[in-house]
Design a protein around this ligand. Sequence first.
Ligand SMILES: [Zn+2]
Length: 311
Amino acid sequence: MSGNHLFQQLRKKWRFVALALTAAAISFIVGALMPGNQQGSNNPATARVQVQNLNQFLTVNPSAKQVADDRTAFNVDRTVEKLLTVLESKEKLLTFVPPEQFQATTVFEGKVKNSEKVIALTVDDGPWPETTEQMLDIFQQNDVKATFFWIGKSIENSPEIARRVVARGHAIGNHTWHHWYDPMDAATAADEIDRTAKLIYETTGVKTTFFRPPGGVLNNGLAKYAKQQNYAVVMWSVTSADTDPRAQPSAFVNNVLKGAKPGAIVLMHDGGGDRSRTVKALPEMIAGLKKQGYRFVTIPELLEIQGQSAA
Ligand SMILES: [Zn+2]
């Protein structure tokens, strides 16, 4: 539906509602002002007389009618415009599209000036019960925005958590439906990505053309399809290695702090298994990066920054 068409629809509806409200308000005011009619405003017959009187007044005073109409129309238009602005800015917030020069490309890190100390935390395989929300709280406490790459199956299991992630203002990417590594035919690859995109949209209203291939596998058909659809394929330059079952949280912290550099993309996980160690590592990781002077950006923001510094 085009914006214009929506505008017309809203205008019609709102004009009707506003006219009805205005008529009700006028008849109420007239009723209150009419002498000897204190109880009359609840009486339909009296109300009808009041409206008749008002109509008569407006008929013999056409300029008063014009003013009333104009004011109603003006207020309706302003209301509709405000509403549309809200809808448009909401849609903007919920749409994640890479800058054109990154569409259909694979990104491993942001190429930014050394003085531009930005870093992007990415969180894969959720949304996931408990761990995602614990991470959301830590991000909020530290004023950090991250990028979450979601699995379709995970969203199906935790739609409410998905909505919370979006409500907190994080960026979203597609991480396929099943998280398969093995080569697949074109139809399966398309289904893995499209089905997930559809559920992301239906659950949260988010449209995203950022894609992360499961396991970072770039040659099994998924990345190829994503590029055909103008996704940016987003890899990473630093891994927390938080999928290592034997490592301590302090090791995740060290991995990230050692690998950090301006424009780095950091990999960690909130789902796909028990990620309580990642949750444990996260506050220290963020504190360490802040101490090194980094500020945290989402993947769309990082590419925006790179695009600007190249221009
Ligand atoms: Zn994954």
